[in-house]
Design a protein around this ligand. Structure first.
Ligand code: 3HC
Length: 283
């Protein structure tokens, strides 16, 4: 892929842009004017972290950054062979951009979504070529987490699936797994009820946040506990995923706990806002 587009330069979009740029492609990232600098900064900071961690050279980091253009101009995506949409989990917003992209890119370009939980076929149907639309679900933090879930739909062309699988594994160096198109796919369908159970446990006062997290880190060998992980993913991201899962399956395990809703209402989004189940403003 010579030119790849990423729609959205938030946590996930910036991470996807970084791994694509490191693989040698030119990357265009679409952002709102007021968020362009922050997206650019996010990518530069993570690349610098990679250099500090000894994962890439200063020279490769600079070359990767030079391949990234953060822009407000969606028309400049016309020569992209692949576009990955990584916007907030708002279906109407995603539909609008799939419709726009379909008009802009060439008919054989591949359109992928990084949605965490929205059925991909709904986004595919916003285009005239649903056979070239599929899910490419990355994990946070994208430069570190090794997985991409490839989500197929009832309409996707199997050749597109094979091409994207090969690209994700051979070019981006990620492990791929394939999932059918149901809300949450494989990983979030398992992970999110676990995070919600931890929130419910904390909500009832049964145990402290620290003890719940220590339990799973030290008792089960998880790299971080569920409440810290929810803070890292973003509570504003966890809530719509839970809502999508509940809308899809109508099972109580997916119903968002009231506390999660209230924390999102309060603007307590977790690590990104400085407060979630933990306070990130303290040094
Ligand atoms: N670029 C390249 N490498 C980096 C890097 C960067 N920007 N930042 C860190 N690294 C490397 C480090 O060098 C280190 O490598 P090593 O193991 O070879 O030494 C490794 O990544 C871990 O980094 P740190 O030592 O700095 O940090 P921790 O050991 O504290 O690990 C973590 C951080 C990887 C985030 C770990 O806590 C973890 O795995 N947490 C769970 C994350 C998780 O579950 N993510 C999935 C969320 S669900 C999701 O995303 C789906 C969505 O739809 C909601």
């Amino acid at each position: 892929m010579k030119n790849v587009g990423v729609i959205g330069g938030g946590t996930m979009g910036a991470g996807i842009a970084e791994v694509v740029a490191k693989s040698g492609s030119n990357v265009r990232v679409l952002e709102r004017a007021e968020a362009v600098d922050a997206a650019q900064e996010r990518i530069a900071t993570s690349l610098a972290r990679g250099v500090k961690a000894g994962k890439l050279s200063e020279e490769d980091s600079k070359a990767a950054l030079d391949r990234v253009t953060v822009t407000t101009d969606i028309e400049s995506f016309s020569d992209c062979e692949l576009v990955v949409e990584a916007m907030p989990e708002i279906e109407s917003l995603k539909l609008e951009y799939f419709h726009k992209l379909d008009e802009i890119v060439s008919p054989d370009a591949i359109l992928a979504t990084n949605t965490s939980s929205i059925p991909v076929i709904r986004l595919a149907n916003a285009t005239k070529h649903p056979e070239r639309v599929l899910g490419m679900h990355f994990f946070n933090p994208v430069p570190v987490m090794n997985l991409v879930e490839i989500v197929t739909t009832l309409k996707v062309d199997p050749a597109v699936v094979e091409k994207v699988k090969t690209y994700a594994s051979e070019t981006l160096g990620k492990k791929t797994i394939e999932s059918k198109d149901q809300a949450g796919f494989i990983v979030n369908a398992l992970l999110v009820p676990y995070l919600l159970s931890a929130i419910r446990m904390y909500e009832t006062g049964f145990a402290s946040a620290e003890d719940i997290d220590e339990g799973m880190v030290n008792g089960c060998g998880h790299p971080m506990g569920p409440l810290r992980l929810a803070d890292t993913v973003g509570l504003d991201v966890c809530l719509p995923i839970a809502e999508s899962l509940y809308a899809e399956f109508s099972e109580p395990q997916y119903a968002p706990p009231v506390l999660l809703r209230r924390m999102v209402d309060a603007g307590y989004y977790g690590r990104k806002s400085g407060k979630g189940f933990y306070d990130y403003t303290k040094k």
